[in-house]
Design a protein around this ligand. Structure first.
Ligand SMILES: *[C@@H]1O[C@H](CO)[C@@H](O)[C@H](O)[C@H]1NC(C)=O
Ligand SMILES: *[C@@H]1O[C@H](CO)[C@@H](O)[C@H](O)[C@H]1NC(C)=O
Ligand SMILES: *[C@@H]1O[C@H](CO)[C@@H](O)[C@H](O)[C@H]1NC(C)=O
Length: 187
């Protein structure tokens, strides 16, 4: 009786021991979906910043267990959060500099605010299209979000004004490009 119990106990133990031994090799052998996806998108599209792609996706713990579709949605939400952030910055600038800025500068900032708002809704629509497996439409919406930061910069450049949103536009452009590149790999 004791012997049987011993055997019953040691089997799971042995199994666990084997598992523990083999797991480190299994983990290193397993391809990292984030790394793989960012590598592929960066080689497809020279605008994709590999480091930012990996860093931004890894900032969301869920991406470790996501598939390509899940990663696309995560990257779109990151870009959407950044567009929301940029929009509130444009609004804050409009308020803070109301008294001192030129009419031209004001119209630039208003354009930026509106473009960011449109980017937010395009990125939302992209997620909706992915969920509906309408990948061609998803790509169209994601592409329009990529254009927003450049459209914002154009106004300042044409007026010979230093853009107060240059950093935001650079960041948002890069995140949107990553989201578009991953979205384009679907379907
Ligand atoms: C991705 O690229 C990086 C740097 O080029 C490299 O170190 C890494 O091994 C690559 N990973 C995969 C999964 O291809
Ligand atoms: C790519 O992203 C990294 C991390 O955010 C950043 O340090 C680097 O400047 C970016 N490269 C380019 C070319 O924008
Ligand atoms: C968005 O980009 C800005 C840089 O313009 C950065 O400071 C901020 O942390 C980003 N926010 C999100 C939510 O990604």
């Amino acid at each position: 009786m004791l012997r049987v119990a011993h055997v019953l106990l040691s089997f799971p133990l042995l199994f666990l021991l084997l598992l523990c031994r083999s797991s480190p090799t299994a983990a290193t052998a397993q391809p990292d979906i984030v790394d793989e996806t960012c590598n592929q998108t960066a080689s497809d599209d020279p605008n994709v910043n590999y480091t930012l792609c990996v860093d931004s996706l890894r900032s969301v713990p869920r991406s470790k267990h996501a598939d390509l579709r899940g990663l696309a949605i995560i990257s779109l939400r990151l870009a959407k959060a950044n567009a929301t952030h940029a929009k509130s910055l444009a609004k804050a600038l409009l308020k803070a500099e109301k008294a001192t800025m030129s009419g031209y500068e004001k119209s630039c900032l208003e354009t930026c605010r509106d473009l960011y708002g449109e980017a937010v809704s395009s990125l939302k629509s992209t997620v909706r299209m992915i969920k509906a497996e309408r990948y061609v439409d998803a790509k169209v919406y994601a592409s329009s979000a990529v254009d927003a930061p450049g459209g914002c910069e154009d106004g300042f450049q044409e007026g010979g004004i230093a853009s107060p949103l240059a950093e935001e536009n650079d960041y948002l452009f890069q995140l949107a490009v990553i989201a578009l590149a991953i979205t384009s790999r679907l379907g």
